[in-house]
Design a protein around this ligand. Sequence first.
Ligand code: GTP
Length: 356
Amino acid sequence: MTDIPAFTPVHLLTGFLGSGKTTLLKRLLTDPALSDTAVLINEFGEVGLDHHLVERIDDTMVLLQSGCVCCTVRGELADALRELHSKRERGLVPPFARVIIESTGLADPFPVLSTLKSDPVLRHHFRVGSVVTTVDAVNGQLQLDTYMESNRQAAIADRIVITKTDLCDVAPDTLITRLRQLNPDAICHIATPHGPDAETLFADGAVHRSAQLQSASGFYCDAPAALQTADGAVHRSAISSFVIVVDEQIDWTGFGVWLTMLLNRHGDRVLRVKGILNLSGEERPVAVHGVQHLVHPPVHMDAWPFNERASRIVFIVDGLDANLLKRSFNAFALAGKVEAHPQPEAAAQARNAQSP
Ligand SMILES: Nc1nc2c(ncn2[C@@H]2O[C@H](COP(=O)(O)OP(=O)(O)OP(=O)(O)O)[C@@H](O)[C@H]2O)c(=O)[nH]1
């Protein structure tokens, strides 16, 4: 039986858009060591898909609706934790022993930790556990160069998990050196299909090092000085999110060519594409992921997560006009016009792309 700790540890899983947070969480949640874990998932965007991709939906998995856990939904985060605690006390949810929050890829983790510590109710029942940050070996350097959020996520980590090294020709030595400069205290791990394990990342006894930085006036919640001198904005205003919902079935070839062309041309500004697609000729839904210039192989899901079988594709873009993008999607991916006028390079890449 689960022992309910006096102060339930709240672990934070953060990392830039598409860096592999959900993939890591999904794997860790299959470990019996994390069976009694409540999970809060927060997504930046109009429509959250991650809770469907994790494939464990019960009363201890909560989706914090769109917005970002570090700013617009801080109140919602506190409410969700208070409600989980209250339901646990009344026996309405399984007696979880820890909480893991998966933040959005654009979250600033510092205020999240501060919320946990400063909320008058939460501080009596929860404590900050580990902060684990995923960093993408393919896109990480560009993201650190461009987005302050990425730097802040790495700077606060107890442990950094470097993902996608299997897609790189060279070892991520330069990236690791950079991360060590940013955060000399963090332990770096390379993600593999089996590691690092749950006990290593989210040990119940783990205490985030910021807890050692408490001052008389309260909790240490500010970024290190080196980070404060840079861009102070939490998000650049040009970052926006939108969703395309399509009722009719989508042709994979047309979609693949369109997405490849889009990411070839605008990958620096398409921070994230993720979708659950209803493809012609496929019974099961197919999950598709793009991160900047990279299109990941599509994956069949076991079953439809929603009642209606509509495709939903979520975009997070930096300075791209959503209406233009929607129009190009309608023209190319839906009408099949791309068959007639594919760009040779994109068409070849799409032909070579793995079919779902
Ligand atoms: N090859 C490879 N692919 C990975 C690895 N980690 C994650 N991916 C892929 O990267 C894509 C994005 O992964 P997610 O786990 O959804 O990333 P995320 O950080 O949760 O994304 P957001 O919630 O949108 O910020 C998916 O297609 C994953 O399969 C890895 O170590 N190797």
